[in-house]
Design a protein around this ligand. Structure first.
Ligand code: ATP
Ligand code: MG
Length: 360
């Protein structure tokens, strides 16, 4: 714009269940934030992709959905999934249908203990858990290859292939090393299972060792995934940035979210580090139909996503301010019932917006 304001086009995809509640609360915060900071402008366009659309039209998103998305700088997702549609249908028709072709190969999940959100781990204080989990998001165990033979017979067999490529491993590894390098401790833990899986996991180990040579300033250690689950619980302070495969990190990031205090605060970014395509930001939690429409969904996970989105767009100060405002809000005890509070979604979002004002 002529006044030097940086402009972004954001697609919002609230989708199902509590998705619209948390996404709209977050957009309200972003809108008041741009009025307070006056450094950037965001134009939001809501897309009606989701289960309701699927029930009406048979499609989660339009056929030219990817072309539509490519017109935006980033996407903010709510949650997808409904009680009467099998999870694999909603997942494969929306999230996975976007992630693959868009090459959103890096899934990043920040996990940090927030004030007044106690970790279920004994003795863990605020700040003890401060992790970034990097999940390979495009291949490996979830590549969808395999098949079944002899259906219904006792000798029925099924294969589920894991396909790992040198290109795929190297690009996620470089991304993870860059994340580790950008953080104060410069520590990366590479998770594999190369004692039991002698092909793909060994390739992971080899590529990790090769890439590590380009990052002499980053401390790199290797863990087997089983030992890693123990370390996360027993010695959480010893970890910083963590990288692993699609399956391993799927499981570990749920564990991490729980150790961080609550699924209601966990955020996730689906990034195309080449920046050819817009990246997507979504809370880790699902559509939570049990609390849908009650106005009590925790917006913190989606607000955290918004902070990650600002950071990815280059608005680093705004990203930090937003996260600090969330922390301030938590430390005042303003939170939704899932965190033991009495506030509504809107009250939490309102408090965050007013803390943004205080911080600037
Ligand atoms: P999906 O099938 O899409 O995964 P879900 O109904 O299984 O959705 P989850 O998100 O997996 O829901 O969450 C499990 C439970 O955690 C929910 O039933 C809900 O009570 C709670 N929960 C999840 N997210 C939130 C949130 N943002 N705020 C408050 N409670 C939440
Ligand atoms: Mg679920």
């Amino acid at each position: 714009a002529s006044n030097g304001m940086r402009k972004y086009k954001i697609a919002s995809i609230p989708a199902d269940g509590i998705g619209p509640e948390v996404v709209n609360a977050t957009i309200d915060v972003l809108k008041s934030m741009q009025q307070i900071l006056k450094t950037f402008e965001m134009e939001f366009t809501e897309l009606d992709w989701g289960t309701e659309r699927y029930k009406k039209t048979g499609e989660y998103m339009p056929k030219d959905g990817l072309d539509i998305l490519r017109k935006f700088d980033a996407g903010l997702f709510g949650a997808v999934g409904a009680p009467d549609v099998p999870d694999h249908i909603s997942l494969w028709n929306l999230l996975l249908a976007i992630r693959g072709p868009m090459q959103l190969y890096a899934n990043v999940r920040p996990v940090k203990s927030l004030p007044n959100v106690p970790s279920p781990l004994r003795g863990v204080k605020e700040g003890d858990i401060d992790w970034v989990l990097v999940r390979e998001n495009s291949e490996g165990e979830y590549c969808g290859q395999g098949g079944r033979t002899h259906r219904g017979q006792p000798w029925e067999a099924a294969t589920e292939l894991s396909i790992f490529t040198r290109v795929g491993i190297e690009r996620i590894m470089r991304f993870a090393f860059d994340v580790a390098r950008s953080r104060p401790r410069k520590l990366l833990t590479v998770v594999t299972k190369s004692n039991a899986m002698r092909n793909g996991m060994v390739l992971w180990d080899e590529v990790a060792a090769e890439v590590a040579r380009d990052y002499p300033d980053v401390t790199c250690d290797k863990m087997l995934v089983d030992a890693m689950t123990v370390r996360m619980v027993v010695n959480p302070k010893s970890l910083d940035t963590i990288v692993g495969t699609n399956l391993h990190m799927d499981i570990m990031s749920d564990l991490a979210a729980a150790l961080g205090g609550s699924i209601g605060i966990a955020a996730s970014s689906n990034l195309d580090p080449t920046r050819k395509n817009p990246s997507l930001f979504e809370p880790v939690h699902g559509s939570a139909f049990d609390i849908t429409g009650k106005g009590i969904a925790n917006p913190v996970a989606t607000l955290w996503c918004a902070s990650e989105m600002l950071n990815w767009l280059g608005e680093k100060e705004a990203a930090q301010t937003l996260l600090r405002a969330v922390e301030e809000t938590c430390s005042k005890g303003i939170c939704t019932p899932d965190l033991g509070g009495k506030s509504s979604t809107k009250q939490v979002a309102g408090a965050v917006a007013s803390h943004i004002k205080d911080l600037t």
